[in-house]
Design a protein around this ligand. Sequence first.
Ligand SMILES: Cc1cc2nc3c(=O)[nH]c(=O)nc-3n(C[C@H](O)[C@H](O)[C@H](O)COP(=O)(O)O)c2cc1C
Length: 366
Amino acid sequence: MVHAPDPRHARATMTVNTPPPVRFGVWALVHGSRAALQDPDEPYDASWDRNRDLILQAEALGFDSTLIAQHTINPHHAPQDQLEAWTAAAAIAALTSRIEIIAAIKPYLYHPVVLAKLALGIEHISHGRFAINLVNAWNRPELEKAGIGFPEHDDRYIYGREWLSVVEPLMRGETLHHTGANFNVADYTLRPASPWRPRPRIYVGGESEPARALVADMGDVWFINGQPFADVSALIADVSARPRSGPPLRFGLSAFVIARPTAEAAQANLEHLFALAAKDADIRAVQRANTDDKSVMAATMRKMPRVGSNGGTGAGLVGSYDQVAERIAAFNRAGIETFMLQYQPFEAEMARFAAEIMPRVKRLIG
Ligand SMILES: Cc1cc2nc3c(=O)[nH]c(=O)nc-3n(C[C@H](O)[C@H](O)[C@H](O)COP(=O)(O)O)c2cc1C
């Protein structure tokens, strides 16, 4: 039995006073297809050329943002290709003119001074369109095999918090004096700072308690893993209620979309992708074994059968064109601004989304 779209979405009543404007983004395919790795309709391709063309197509279709995940080795299947996030982000910045570029970053991999400098570099190449997505890791071998080690879940967040307290003021062009458990930075100033805004935007992707505390204290946007509407609403309520200085927190949602003329056709495609994903069972078993068992993200993804990463179809964006548009509008009324989306096969389904769903959402939210 596979997961059917959650009918409660259409009747959802939880709303925020003034919904934020809707923004659509696409996940770059840094480690190939998102739902199933062995798909005759989408041969494995995590190359720079493919990702470049995909993001240029997304920008031309009207997407507002792209998220480039960071992994030094492929977290699903280590022998397969993995695109490097920060070099790709810089190159994409030079080739595009409008789309926001978000590069993920795991604090243990880069000294915060170096990372802040890289971020300001891409902020300049993109003329003010760059953002970082702070993520605190789940794939043990990536850090362990590099000799960096894999500290316990909450300790990674303590380190990440100190790391961000160095990166944030440096990205603002402040002169930093910092003495802490992990970093000592004396009288450090990065130039040029951003002439377009105070600093590049800071997203945080992580669902655990320390992730929520971190984003409420220091982030601009919280990325939520794809999951049913009621769960997403509860997460937004939890984090929105926390004390915070600065502008209100904004929210993004990761989701895998299957939109078809009818709900039945969408369900048939979901079944097809489940069948293809079953071929990856051995690969997924290794991935599960490599995953930090304290990762809340991993627990969220086990809540229900789904395809796609970071919650995937768990967000329920599977259905007829009208259903998918209505569910997006409901999430938006609950506070979601940025929808970071996945498809398979990616380019064709992204174009279908732009043609069928974007105008419907526009009509629904005015
Ligand atoms: C939108 C989003 C994007 C993410 N991107 C990455 C990534 O690029 N690399 C990575 O290793 N983990 C990524 N993660 C996973 C985080 O590392 C993961 O949530 C964390 O390690 C587990 O923390 P948690 O227990 O707080 O969920 C992402 C998570 C979210 C929600």
